[in-house]
Every structure is written in structure tokens, then in C-alpha cells.
Write a protein that binds this ligand. Structure first.
Ligand SMILES: [Zn+2]
Ligand SMILES: [Zn+2]
Length: 370
């Protein structure tokens, strides 16, 4: 015990005089009588550690149960999770300054990790240290989301279809990408109700089973924004829940436009075939005879009276033989190798040696370069 030098205060526990340096505010001394250092340290605990910690972890997705809900954590393995939970649950004395700690996890068995923790800090200008060992039990469970996915739960179906054709593999792939990235974005904002239950490619296109009607609607909307077409929705009564409320599942049918960019269509007018460049809003493209822009009027929208006569992928490079005049060139027919006169669209480069041409049932046309 120290002998006070007349600060006028005494330790309330042992009665020793307490020296309080005038310019130092002793921790714990703010509002009450000050213990002397000996008495203070006798009951001082740097660390308040629980006897054991139990962590509920979803064995499917790695989510951790905290409070009363499951949260996704960015942990590589259970040891990471255990360290984080331990850090959350250990309390350090408020009087301590400059606290540092380290932890050595010891895997005891597959579900138990013993945490050896060592702390250092400064209290009353005195370095202090303490060790604590806390066993962390990892309880492997299934979170509510994974339980629902495993139970094949879904509340919405998005069907991808197309008018007068089946969706192309590229469209189907893109729709899957759109759905996956939309759901991933929702997950990233902490929405644990966003998931895809099932992705099925069918002869007609694509069926996606999704967790909520809101997700179904969001996916359908984004697919149409990007690939064109329209959405219709139809609710189906599935069952009644335990409260007697009716439970609906909603089917969102995305109907893609009949033509896709790259299609060459004959519009049955006198201006010749059109290479489709966009099917969003209404059909847009370029006339192959002149290079003029084509856009269907509002009424025709994406589905004007037309038939497909080929596509850009069918085009073959061929020799540009001669430029006849402003409206005509001669090219080699890629099948017969005879020189033929064809219309000269404004996109044709008259200096080119080769140009892409499409031979179709109504003739031969030069396509724009990609
Ligand atoms: Zn004392
Ligand atoms: Zn899970």
C-alpha cells in the first residue's frame, strides 16, 4: 500500500491516502471516491469473457444466426466465423486504453474451436495483460432460406417465350444472366428472400422459379428492357396458408418479339428487305437496297407484317467486281461465281475488295459490315 502525500482523499476500501496527480484524471475516478491502486487492481478484470459461445451456422450457405435472424457473413470458414463471434462477445474494461488482442484458434473437434485470447492494455498508467480461453461450439443447421430452397419453395415463375419462334440460345442465356445478377444484387443489399429455386431450359424457352412475386416481376421487367417484347402475368391460387389466407403464385410470361437483331425480313412492301437492328419499342433496321433507316410505325410495333428470309450469320464474303453507278454494283454470286448486278446501299465501301452478301429467295443483297 502506498502512503499518500496529502491530496486529502482516502481509499474507501483500505483507508490509505490516495495520491491523485493534479493533471491526471484517473480512470474510474470521475464521480466517486477513488480506490488506491492496490485495491483497484485486486478486483480489476481486463476482459469479461463468456464461459462458452455457441454459433449457429447454416451448413449450406454459411449464414450465421445473430440475434433472431440469419445473416450472410463474408467468412471463409467456421474458424473465421468463430473468431468474429468471439470478438463480438468479449468485453474489455472501459478503463483500459490502448487495448490490443490476439487469438489462437484451436480446433478441438469438427464442431468445437477453443479460442485462446491474449489481451494487453494500459490502466492507471500501468501495463496490464490477461488471457482468456473460450470454447466456441459451431451448431450446423439449415437457415430458413436454404430450407425453403431445399423444399422447392417458389412464389413466382418467369417463362421466357417468343412470338412465332422459340427464344434463341443467346436470348435464353442472357435471361438467365439477368435473373442471376438481379438476385445477386438483391442479396448484396441483405435481402435473404431473394433466390432462384430452379432454372429449366425447355423446348419452348426457359422457366425460372423464383422466391417472391416481386423478384419475378423484377426479372421479367429487366428481360424485356434488354431483349424487347412484353410481359403478361397470371396469378394461380396455390393453397391457403395456416391463417386461411389465399396464397398465390404468379406466372410472368415474357414474350420476346418475333424478330431479333440480325434477322433479315421481307416487309412485303416495295423497298426491299430490312436487316433488323433493334426489336425494342418497335422494330428498327436498315434497308438492304439503299441503306436507309427503317422503323415500324407505332401500331405495328415489334410485329409488323413481315417474314424472315435470312439472317446476318448466313452472309458470305464475296468479291466486289465493279461499281456500276450510284445505285448498283456488281458482285460475284457466292454460289455460281457469276458476276451479278445488285443494289448499292449507302453503307457499301466502294473501295472494298470483298463485301458480305446474303443470298435469299428474292435475290442477293450486300449487308453492312458488323
Ligand atoms: Zn485501498
Ligand atoms: Zn443457408
Amino acid at each position: 500500500m502506498s502512503t499518500g502525500s496529502g491530496s486529502g482523499e482516502f481509499c474507501p476500501r483500505c483507508g490509505d491516502a490516495v495520491e491523485r496527480p493534479p493533471d491526471v484524471d484517473l480512470p474510474g475516478a470521475a464521480d466517486h471516491a477513488v480506490l488506491c491502486d492496490d485495491c483497484y487492481f485486486e478486483e480489476f478484470d481486463l476482459v469479461d469473457a463468456p464461459e462458452r459461445i455457441e454459433v449457429r451456422v447454416c451448413s449450406r450457405c454459411g449464414a450465421v444466426h445473430r440475434g433472431n435472424r440469419w445473416v450472410d457473413v463474408d467468412a471463409r470458414d467456421y474458424t473465421d466465423v468463430a473468431v468474429e463471434e468471439t470478438a463480438d462477445r468479449l468485453g474489455v474494461h472501459v478503463d483500459a486504453a490502448g487495448v490490443e488482442w490476439g487469438v489462437e484458434p484451436e480446433q478441438v473437434d469438427p464442431n468445437t474451436i477453443r479460442m485462446h485470447c491474449a489481451f494487453t492494455g494500459i490502466v492507471r498508467e500501468t501495463p496490464v495483460s490477461e488471457e482468456a480461453t473460450v470454447p466456441v461450439y459451431v451448431a450446423r443447421q439449415t437457415c430458413d432460406r436454404c430450407g425453403r430452397i431445399a423444399g422447392d419453395y417458389y412464389a413466382a415463375i418467369v417463362q421466357l417465350r417468343a412470338s412465332d419462334r422459340t427464344p434463341t440460345p443467346a436470348e435464353t442465356d442472357r435471361a438467365v444472366d439477368i435473373a442471376e445478377s438481379y438476385v445477386a444484387d438483391r442479396e448484396a443489399t441483405g435481402d435473404r428472400d431473394a433466390f432462384i429455386t430452379e432454372t429449366t431450359r425447355t423446348d419452348d424457352g426457359l422457366d425460372l422459379k423464383l422466391s417472391t412475386t416481386q423478384i419475378g416481376q423484377g426479372v421479367a421487367k429487366r428481360v424485356v428492357e434488354e431483349l424487347g417484347g412484353s410481359v403478361s402475368e397470371a396469378p394461380t391460387l396455390v393453397t391457403e396458408d395456416e391463417d386461411g389466407d389465399e396464397v398465390y403464385r404468379v406466372t410472368f410470361t415474357v414474350r420476346l418479339p418475333p424478330y431479333t437483331p440480325g434477322d433479315v425480313v421481307d416487309l412485303d412492301d416495295s423497298d426491299g428487305p430490312v436487316l433488323v437492328t433493334s426489336a425494342r419499342g418497335n422494330l428498327k433496321g436498315r434497308r438492304l437496297a439503299t441503306g436507309d433507316r427503317y422503323e415500324a410505325d407505332f401500331e405495328a410495333g415489334i410485329d409488323p407484317d413481315a417474314r424472315k428470309i435470312g439472317e446476318r450469320d448466313d452472309a458470305e464474303p464475296t468479291t466486289l467486281v465493279a461499281v456500276t453507278d450510284d445505285h448498283a454494283v456488281q458482285v460475284l454470286d457466292p454460289e455460281t461465281y457469276e458476276s451479278v448486278t445488285v443494289p448499292r446501299p449507302d453503307y457499301l465501301d466502294s473501295d472494298a475488295e470483298e463485301v458480305p452478301v446474303l443470298k435469299h429467295r428474292n435475290g442477293l443483297h450486300v449487308l453492312p459490315e458488323e
